[in-house]
Write a protein that binds this ligand. Structure first.
Ligand SMILES: [Ca+2]
Length: 176
């Protein structure tokens, strides 16, 4: 290994791998700040029974814990016009993920998940076509119908053309 000054090894790695649990998620091309809920500069806005937790984690040292009912974590992101995006989180429990503005929901995934091989966590994603350039609110919620609490980690938003192969299902395709 080259140890000369200025050398930096590549940190990019599959975030679903066992070896990667202490590695940061690469931020290149990814829209959400603090995607791994490591408490970086308080990027998420918590309401109700939502907090950072060290008890459960998929990636890094912490995850988001939402105690039902009614807790949420929200963040505004800037999205480009006429672009297909994927919002994806890794979850334990029942989560509602929504993309919207103050008054409207443009895309959502209510509790639909897929298994992650070799893990007790599950993958939750929503692919959506964004029509207009602007700021959109990403909401992660435990709805009143949910029983118990939900843990969330590794939340990312990638353009369809930049989704790494380990982030969710194979094909990026908006359902509507
Ligand atoms: Ca984390």
């Amino acid at each position: 290994m080259d140890k000369s000054p200025g050398y930096q090894s590549c940190k990019f790695t599959a975030i679903d791998g066992e070896e990667s649990k202490t590695r940061p998620i690469p931020n290149n091309g990814q829209r959400l700040k603090d995607p791994s809920f490591e408490g970086e500069a308080e990027e998420w806005n918590f309401r109700g029974a939502a907090r950072l937790s060290r008890w459960q984690r998929f990636n890094g040292d912490q995850s988001l814990e939402i105690g039902a009912p009614g807790g949420s974590a929200k963040q505004w992101v800037h999205l480009k016009e006429k672009t297909l995006y994927r919002l994806r989180c890794v979850v334990k429990g029942e989560l509602d993920m929504l993309v919207g503005s103050k008054n409207a929901v443009y895309a959502e995934n209510l509790k639909n998940t897929d298994p992650i091989e070799g893990s007790s966590w599950r993958s939750q994603e929503v692919d959506f076509w964004n029509k207009d350039r602007g700021s959109y609110e990403i909401s992660l919620k435990a709805s009143p119908k949910n029983a118990g609490r939900v843990f969330v980690d590794s939340c990312t938003i990638y353009k369809s053309t930049e989704v790494p192969p380990f982030v969710g299902s194979e094909k990026v395709q908006a359902s509507r």
